[in-house]
Design a binder for this molecule. Structure first.
Ligand code: ADP
Ligand code: MG
Length: 345
């Protein structure tokens, strides 16, 4: 697969995605942080869903609220200063925000797993990876030490760590970045979750290794028919693995679409800007487009459309009226007053 580079054609649709009842549904989620300087509105009415066997890519520049949304789903938000004034997070139709602490912990421990960007800080440096993988089975599944270790080796094999039987006794620092991230994937898979949230899982890796880790994740997700929320700031990473994309800007979803259609014809100027800033195989040597300006200060989000100060298409209405997410086509939405012009322009 390609990681950074994009070919001229839109990616082919993936098979295996299902039209079943969503596994996870986030509805009108708001998250704010109460800081000394004021209230930072990090998430401002996000709705998205993912079904079993489906991959949703959540895309957006740094600070757009991707991780905070994921932390709200996982129940690992810093509260305070964080607060969820509004919204629902339904897992198989039931709102996790309304569950008892114990019920919530059971779902988040057993059914949803998370993979973070930085494996080195997620793993304990003084314990072998075998011990840490085995711990999942000893603690959560009550297995004996011997069985847990055998399971650890099996998982390391699954994520294609060479010589797993020997390497199970190695410490995290003895692995390369890519191998460590494979161990994180193994950890996430250990309890056979229904949903994996991967937050920039390959951002810290070399480009070639990024592609391998992403392919592995996509393959395992298909095999186990898990839902996958793949958070990234890199549109090039998601082309081959995602079914659909939600593009975030200033805590809102500004565009959502099946991946192929979004590549072919974006319906929001922000998405178009992101697409135009990916290097293309067929246009080597050309200067890359970059979206001008910076994302807004979340303490003071611009009136109207939050993207208007950076938007090449902005008109008066964009500075006064916040656009809602318009239905653009089946399963497509755009929060742009001028989505028609963008789509066909
Ligand atoms: P990203 O899209 O890069 O993952 P985040 O979801 O991490 O962005 O952050 C969204 C915004 O929320 C950022 O501006 C960040 O400063 C703010 N934020 C996140 N966590 C906290 C916190 N604990 N306290 C205050 N602000 C926070
Ligand atoms: Mg983040």
């Amino acid at each position: 697969m390609t990681t950074i580079e994009k070919t001229a054609d839109a990616p082919a649709p993936r098979s295996g995605a299902q039209e079943s009842e969503p596994l996870l549904q986030v509805r009108d989620l708001h998250v704010e942080f109460h800081t000394r300087d004021g209230v930072a509105k990090a998430v401002n009415g996000v709705s998205y869903s993912v079904a079993a066997g489906e991959t949703l890519a959540v895309l957006g520049e740094s600070g757009s609220g991707k991780s905070v949304t994921a932390q709200a789903i996982m129940g690992i938000l810093d509260m305070p200063p964080g607060r969820i004034p509004q919204g629902e997070i339904l897992f198989r139709g039931r709102d996790m925000l309304k569950m008892s602490g114990e019920e919530r912990r059971k779902i988040r421990g057993d059914k949803i797993a998370m993979i973070f960007q930085d494996a080195l800080s997620s793993l304990n440096p003084v314990l072998t990876v075998g011990y840490q993988l085995g711990e999942m089975f000893r603690v959560h599944r009550g297995m004996s030490k011997k069985d847990a270790k055998a399971k650890a080796v099996e998982l390391m094999d699954r994520v294609r760590i060479p010589a797993a039987k020997q390497r199970v006794n190695d410490y995290p620092h003895q692995f390369s970045g890519g191998m460590r991230q494979r161990i994180m994937i193994a950890m996430a898979l250990s309890l056979e979750p229904e949903l994996i949230i991967a937050d920039e899982p390959t951002t810290a890796l070399d480009v070639t290794v990024q592609a391998q880790v992403m392919d592995l994740l996509a393959e395992l997700q298909r095999e186990f028919n898990m839902g996958l929320i793949l958070i990234t700031h890199d549109l090039g990473v998601v082309a081959d693995v995602a079914d659909k994309i939600a593009v975030m800007y200033a805590g809102r979803i500004v565009e959502t679409a099946p991946v192929r259609e979004l590549y072919k014809s974006p319906a929001h100027p922000y998405t178009r800007g992101l697409l135009d800033s990916i290097p293309r195989l067929d246009q080597k040597g050309q200067e890359l487009y970059a979206i001008k300006g910076l994302p807004p200060n979340l303490l003071n989000i611009p009136a109207g459309c939050a993207f208007n100060p950076r938007c090449p298409q902005a008109q008066d209405i964009c500075r006064t009226d916040a656009p809602v997410l318009h239905d653009v086509a089946a399963e497509r939405g755009s929060a742009c007053h001028f989505w028609k012009e963008t789509l066909h322009g």
